[in-house]
Design a protein around this ligand. Structure first.
Ligand code: NAP
Ligand code: GLV
Ligand code: GLV
Length: 323
């Protein structure tokens, strides 16, 4: 029996070749833009398995229209785009891509932090625009990172790699807010767990790494933003909805943050008229955390291996289950 696999965007060849070599019937979404909800249904309704993107929403309503579906292999570690409860009830398996993108995303988080701290984007724009007139003793004054306190929200895999870099390179003390104590953070980074309130009051840098869930949606709102230290930096490479973006937009004038780095926004792409785009101390990247060749190739292969494992009847490599 030939199984049909729908891949909702062009992904690195390695995963496609893997599935092709095993005889799957592969159908790749032809556009460089994602399918809309209707297009998604008609594109995948025949498929036995799907390699999906984080921009594809598999809601209860959409899943209802896909009775043939057996497995969704998400090309991302985050899986907030998939209704796991409905999948479980319908016996649809779900897999994701943990670990293989941890280093890439931690490196991007550090890139955002350094870019904000040294005003990198406005500085390069200044040069590109021909505005570099002379060396300026008071221009583009950044903020140092050495021994600044890093507050982690969501002490998981990516957070650990990012915090480790900050701890080793900049001697940062690490504090964290999570659902439970994390021995890896405490033993290797001498990190201390605390309440969110306490963390916001003590951190020079706050970096968000928790998944988007019903508990973490809008975790950072006006109260939290206003309780951050003056001159501190906020970084979000998790999901845009963890910050109440409306509150962020409204509180920008009131808060005295040094700057903000965002790889994720709500919605994505960010609205062109978002006030966030007008501030020089906000650096926004278009959700590129895992975008290096090592990570994206490994994600492609892992997605394909999970699909094949399912149809071979062998254990899934990285199954997502309700926790
Ligand atoms: P992970 O290892 O599962 O880490 C997530 C951490 O958040 C875990 O320690 C988890 O705690 C904690 N957490 C869960 N619910 C929480 C809550 N209510 N309050 C505080 N902490 C909570 O996942 P990861 O691989 O590091 O990935 C983290 C997230 O990054 C993904 O879910 C995804 O949304 C995002 N991401 C973004 C990019 C990008 O391109 N920007 C790339 C990759 C990932 P427990 O240990 O108790 O479960
Ligand atoms: C990217 O955001 C991911 O969750 O892998
Ligand atoms: C700057 O270039 C310096 O030499 O201080």
């Amino acid at each position: 029996m030939t199984y049909k696999i729908a891949i909702t965007r062009q992904i690195p060849e390695i995963g496609i070749e893997y599935l092709a070599s095993k005889g799957y019937d592969i159908n790749i979404w032809p556009s460089t833009l994602p399918p809309g909800p209707e297009e998604l249904v008609s594109f995948v309704e025949d498929a036995d398995g799907i390699i999906s993107m984080l921009s594809d929403q598999f809601s209860k309503d959409i899943l209802k229209k896909l009775p043939k579906l057996k497995i969704i292999s998400n090309f991302a570690v985050g899986h907030n785009n998939i209704n796991l409860l409905t999948c479980t009830r319908n016996s649809v398996k779900v897999t994701n891509t943990p670990d293989v993108l941890t280093e890439a995303t931690a490196e991007l988080t550090l890139t955002l932090l350094l870019s904000v701290a040294r005003k990198m984007i406005t500085a390069t724009k200044n040069v590109e625009n021909g505005e570099w007139k002379s060396w300026n003793p008071t221009g583009f004054i950044g903020t140092g990172l050495k021994r600044k306190t890093l507050g982690i929200i969501g002490p998981g895999r990516i957070a650990f790699e990012f915090a480790k870099k900050c701890h080793l390179a900049f001697e940062m003390p690490i504090i964290y807010y999570g659902r439970r104590p994390k021995s890896s953070f405490e033993e290797h980074l001498n990190a201390k767990q605390m309440s969110l309130k306490q963390l916001l009051a003590e951190s020079d840098i706050v970096s968000i790494h928790c998944p988007l869930t019903s508990e973490t949606k809008n975790l950072i709102g006006a109260t939290e933003l206003n309780s951050m230290k003056d001159g501190s930096i906020l970084i979000n490479t998790a999901r845009g909805e963890v910050i109440n973006q409306n509150d962020l937009e409204l509180s920008l004038k009131k808060t005295q943050l040094f700057g903000i780095g965002l790889d994720v926004t709500a919605p994505e792409p960010i609205r062109h008229d978002s006030p966030l785009l007008k501030y020089e101390n906000i650096v926004i990247t278009p959700h590129i955390g895992s975008a290096n060749k090592e990570a994206r190739n490994a994600m492609s292969l892992l997605c394909a291996e999970n699909i094949d494992a399912y149809f071979q009847g062998t254990p899934l490599l990285t199954e997502v289950t309700i926790s």
